[in-house]
Design a protein around this ligand. Structure first.
Ligand code: 13P
Length: 251
């Protein structure tokens, strides 16, 4: 049984005051024991506020990015240990904006996945193809390369310790989501690949869909057999919309 996981990736949004208002509203909305796992990913500057307001609640929090060394001379970076110290449970690794705006490659992303696991964090490994790669019929080839490089030397103690997010780059922030049948097709291939890589337990690794998910379309994705949740950007900035999306996982 894979518990759905619905996550809010705030990206580079919100001040401290706005974050507190968001946490208060979300806590009002969330049932004491929702059957869906909710996680918010604020910017690193707001992680301590997430800890202050969300600790002891059903809502978890994680970091959007971290450097894969525990400490050192890496000006401007925040380490996996530092985010874990603020109670982060999850770490997004290889988001398409890290790959395509900041030039992160599969090797570095793999180091982040391993560092997250070594630190006790659960990596959410993002994979997804560009529009031209899809149009050239290379979507699976790209996703498979991203999976196999990032997970090359990974020892996974149990399937709950990894989440994979399929986020086709052309669907992120565009208002144009993938077709549900394409998202399902890719998720099924990812699940088969995970089984090949990690054996039968690999089938229990949760797979999210991300890319223009909103309350109006969430049910189309969250009802698919191989999609176990959503990684939401724009629509997650409003706690009521985020909760509406999470509720779609329950029905
Ligand atoms: P949007 O929901 O804004 O398309 O962003 C998706 C995303 O990148 C989540 O990580």
């Amino acid at each position: 049984m894979r518990t759905p996981i619905v996550a809010a990736n705030w990206k580079m949004h919100k001040t401290a005051g706005e974050a507190v208002g968001y946490f208060r509203r979300l806590l009002e909305l969330v049932a004491p024991q929702p059957k869906v796992e909710l996680v918010v990913f604020p910017p690193a500057t707001l992680l301590s506020l997430a800890k202050k307001h969300l600790e002891g609640s059903p809502i978890g929090w994680g970091a959007q990015n971290a450097y894969p060394e525990p400490q050192g001379a890496f000006t401007g970076e925040v380490s996996v240990v530092q985010v874990a110290d603020l109670g982060a449970r999850y770490l997004i690794c290889g988001h398409s904006e890290r790959r395509h705006i900041f030039g992160e490659g599969d090797e570095l992303i793999g180091r982040k996945v391993r560092a997250a696991l070594d630190t006790g964090l659960v990596p959410i490994l993002c994979v997804g193809e560009l529009l031209e790669e899809r149009q050239a019929g290379r979507a699976w080839e790209v996703v498979e390369r991203q999976l196999s490089t990032a997970l090359a030397d990974v020892f996974l103690p149990s399937p709950e310790r990894l989440v994979v997010a399929y986020e086709p780059v052309w669907a992120i922030g565009t208002g144009v989501p993938a077709r549900p049948e394409d998202a399902q097709g890719m998720a099924a291939r990812i699940r088969k690949w995970l089984e090949g890589r990690f054996g039968k337990p690999g089938r229990a690794i949760r797979i999210q869909y991300g890319g223009s998910v909103k309350p109006e379309n969430a049910r189309e994705f969250l009802g698919l057999p191989d999609i176990d949740g959503a990684l939401v950007g724009g629509a997650s900035l409003d706690p009521d919309k985020f909760w509406a999306i999470a509720q779609a996982a329950l029905t």
